[in-house]
Design a protein around this ligand. Structure first.
Ligand SMILES: [Zn+2]
Length: 279
């Protein structure tokens, strides 16, 4: 079972069938994990287990989405990595998302499925065919999750042709694309001056709606100028913007391998190649 399947199985075994029933402390308690909120230094959450009981200590936050994610993350460690203790920096999903630790990523995936189980998430997204941040933040509010975690879950369920990316002025921090979006589309390392993200990042100009944009503002591919995408962005903490790209043009989804983009992560057979100098 994958970490996501583990989490979905927990939800199913508890018979949870509505968003309101996603009480993460109760779910943890049922699994033998007592949740304690206590100021921690140097980390956001810890897990200490003895036998079949464990205590998850969570740094209190005024932001409930963060606390919930931390609890679900520790429960992920308890379910997937029993027998070990953890000190985690689960203060923001994006930090772990860019973390290289496999166990942290597994706990994050578990948390994301536990807090947004597939069936309930699909239900919440019913009727959404061209997603925007307003809709995503409504969904995030319902599930009490962060906007970033919710956007990443949207990518994970792979129902819509979306790419989520985080940029700062220093460049691309991380990205995630729905599985059915071809890996040939290669994001630029820094935000393009023509993008709405640039306006937000450098001029503080809000990007209230999903707007049409030439694909060559986003992708390095030489044929990108033949296509249009939809773009919206929001500011995250500090000097970062979260970008949502919606690939409405089905031709972009059937475009073949592009050998012209440099420093690729995938070869023409779709095999993963270790990235060089780029995450
Ligand atoms: Zn962890």
């Amino acid at each position: 079972m994958t970490p996501g399947e583990h989490a979905e199985a927990v939800i199913e075994s508890l018979g949870i069938s509505s968003v309101e029933e996603l009480d993460v402390e109760a779910i943890a308690f049922d699994a033998g994990v007592e949740v304690v909120y206590e100021q921690l230094s140097g980390c956001e959450a810890t897990l200490v287990g003895v036998g079949d009981r464990a205590i998850a200590t969570i740094n209190p936050s005024s932001y409930r989405g963060r606390e919930r994610f931390s609890v679900a993350h520790e429960l992920g460690h308890w379910t997937l990595h029993r027998g070990r203790s953890f000190r985690c920096r689960v203060d923001a999903v994006e930090d772990n998302f860019s973390s290289s630790t496999a166990l942290e990523k597994e706990a994050d995936t578990f948390a994301s499925h536990l807090l947004m189980p597939a069936s309930l998430f699909h239900e919440a997204l019913r009727g959404v065919d061209r997603p925007n941040f307003k809709q995503l933040s409504d969904v995030a509010q319902r599930f009490e999750t962060s906007l970033t975690a919710t956007a990443l879950r949207l990518v994970g369920v792979d129902t819509l042709p979306v790419i989520i990316a985080c940029y700062s002025k220093a460049g691309l921090r991380w990205q995630a694309a729905a599985k059915h979006v071809p890996r040939r589309w290669y994001l630029k390392d820094t935000v393009d001056e023509d993008s709405f993200a640039y306006d937000l990042l450098y001029e503080g100009k809000e990007c209230r709606i999903l707007g049409k944009q030439s694909a060559d503002a986003w992708f390095t591919n030489s044929d990108a100028d033949r296509y249009e995408v939809f773009e919206q962005c929001v500011r995250l903490r500090g000097d970062e913007v979260l970008v949502l790209l919606y690939l409405a043009d089905s031709k972009m989804l059937s475009a073949g391998f592009d050998p012209t983009v440099g420093n690729r992560k995938y070869n023409e057979h779709g095999s993963y190649l270790a990235p060089r100098g780029r995450r």
